[in-house]
Design a protein around this ligand. Structure first.
Ligand SMILES: [Zn+2]
Length: 255
């Protein structure tokens, strides 16, 4: 089994939204992960839509986040570095339904998609109950209109494939899923927006600017900490540029 880190550009935003109490601008890498087994190509998260800044995202989102993505950082080009075409992705796991995780879903109309039940439901209701995108928070209706996929909505921990575990880590959003990948030589934990950066992880835990539920946010980070201690694994932080610079990037891989 191989794990590839796919870098799909970065977001620039107010640091206070990422680490509460901080100030200035911060750059957030947008990471997706390809996990290759003998029989499957599993993609974890799909990044931002390449037309995000050209009308795909609402002014509410672009007012707070600026996507910077070079052509070679588009998801299909990152997959090509691994020798994989979008058609070869049979399984997509979405950590949650925010705009920087669902934007590439259009590339995989045939894939089976796993998503967190509570967040999928909340997102679909939120973008449909009121047409004004200013009420949609971090959800992009155009991404959520993507249809044709067969979805499996999860609300419990789940063994996706041998060596690939889905864990429920809500708090940032009503539902959120991380992956634990048991490679031959190491365990890698991918909590995505459960914990943006190593500064948020602590200890002590530092909050983000906002969250769906702080009780769940803290409980999920402590669940992650227990899993990290039990497995001795490495956490890859979803939006931590310093951590990102220490990673092997596609076409290199972890095994
Ligand atoms: Zn998010």
């Amino acid at each position: 089994m191989k794990l590839f880190v796919l870098y799909t550009g970065y977001l620039e935003t107010d640091s206070g939204g990422i680490i509460a109490g901080s100030s200035g601008q911060i750059r957030l890498p947008i990471l997706c992960f390809l996990i290759q087994t003998d029989q499957h190509n599993v993609l974890f998260d799909t990044g931002c839509h390449p037309n995000a800044m050209a009308g795909r995202w609402s002014p509410k989102i672009t007012g707070s986040f600026r996507l910077v993505q070079q052509p070679q950082e588009r998801l299909e080009n990152q997959l090509a570095l691994c020798g994989v075409s979008p058609e070869q992705i049979d399984t997509v796991v979405l950590s949650h339904m925010h705009f920087d995780h669902t934007g590439g879903l259009y590339l995989f109309p045939e894939a089976k998609v796993y998503a967190p039940k509570a967040d999928f439901t909340a997102a679909q209701v939120r973008v449909r109950i009121n047409p004004d995108p200013f009420t949609h928070g971090g959800y992009c209706k155009a991404d959520l209109d993507q249809s044709g996929n067969v979805y499996t909505l999860l609300d419990t921990d789940f063994s996706l494939l041998p060596g690939i575990d889905v864990v429920q880590l809500p708090g940032h959003t009503p539902g959120l899923m991380g992956l634990i990948v048991h490679l031959k030589n190491q365990v890698i934990l991918l909590p995505q927006d459960c914990v943006y950066t190593s500064a948020n992880y602590g200890p002590p835990v530092r909050r983000t600017g906002s969250a769906f539920c702080w009780t769940s946010y803290h409980a999920s980070i402590e669940k992650l900490r227990r899993l990290q201690q039990q497995t001795g694994g490495r956490i890859i932080f979803s939006h931590d540029f310093t951590d990102f610079l220490s990673l092997k990037r596609a076409p290199e891989f972890y095994q």
